[in-house]
Design a protein around this ligand. Structure first.
Ligand code: OAD
Length: 226
């Protein structure tokens, strides 16, 4: 079966990485939406680097959980396209080979001046020079609010082919990902949501499996294998 799975922060919550909209959604008294923007980077690059350096460190010491591992198994049994909004690498470390990071990744550095990409150091500083052009315009290779997510052509193409669409641990607030379920459903795919709390776009899904991802995802994967 052709399956497209979209994951969000909720799948990494039980690995100890906080979601965006849990609790007060604040970091050092800043709203995340006020840090993850090109405007914030232009205003205060040191602050934005501090935010992502902290997240890179936290993600590096987190371990994949049973939900990440179950999705790696699913790829052995079905034609799976795995799309994540997460910038951590827990899917990869959980055994998934081809992960589409539509919001970029903490492991990448990007030159805002010339577009060069290279592996991110553990700690990124505003003064870091680009290895290609030398500009001190190093930023995390992450898609910020107001920027266009990566790999959209590949994702829309896979959505058109999908017979089953599953959204796991995502609140359905941020577009374009929040629109995938409606699009897939219109094209005839069965849509299933696995979340702790119902997503904002819950009515776009035919089925909802409530609960923590470390329990719901392995059970769902087992049901598809059987
Ligand atoms: P959110 O923080 O908005 O939503 C997390 C979702 O995970 C919620 O629906 C929770 O109910 C659910 N959840 C929490 N713990 C869970 C668990 N243990 N098991 C299952 N579900 C759980 O995160 P996203 O939807 O991923 O973008 O956020 C989308 C985007 O907004 C992010 O990629 C990021 C953010 O701003 C950018 O930075 C561009």
């Amino acid at each position: 079966m052709r399956i497209l799975v979209l994951t969000g922060a909720g799948i990494s919550a039980e690995s100890g990485l906080s979601t965006f909209r849990a609790a007060d959604g604040l970091w050092e008294r800043h709203r995340v939406e006020d840090v993850a923007t090109p405007e914030a980077f232009a205003r205060d690059p040191a602050l934005v680097h501090r935010f992502y350096n902290a997240r890179r460190e936290k993600a590096g010491s987190a371990q994949p959980n049973a939900a990440h591992r179950a999705l790696a198994e699913l790829a052995h049994a079905h034609d799976l396209t795995l799309v994540t909004q997460n910038v951590d690498d827990l899917h990869e470390r959980g055994g998934s080979g081809d992960v589409i990071h539509m919001h970029g990744a903490l492991s990448g550095a990007l030159c805002a001046a010339c577009g060069q990409r290279w592996p991110a150091p553990a700690v990124m500083l505003p003064s870091d020079p680009c290895p290609a052009c030398g500009a001190a315009a190093t930023r995390p290779d992450i898609v910020w609010f107001g920027e266009i997510p990566y790999h959209m052509e590949r994702i829309w193409a896979a959505l058109e082919q999908a017979e089953l669409f599953a959204a796991i641990g995502t609140s359905g607030v941020v577009y374009p990902a929040a629109g995938f379920a409606q699009h897939a459903a219109r094209l005839g795919a069965e849509c299933v949501e696995m979340n702790l709390d119902p997503a904002v776009n819950a009515r776009d899904f035919r089925r909802s499996i409530p609960g923590p991802a470390s329990q719901t995802v392995p059970a769902w994967v087992a049901s598809l294998k059987g």
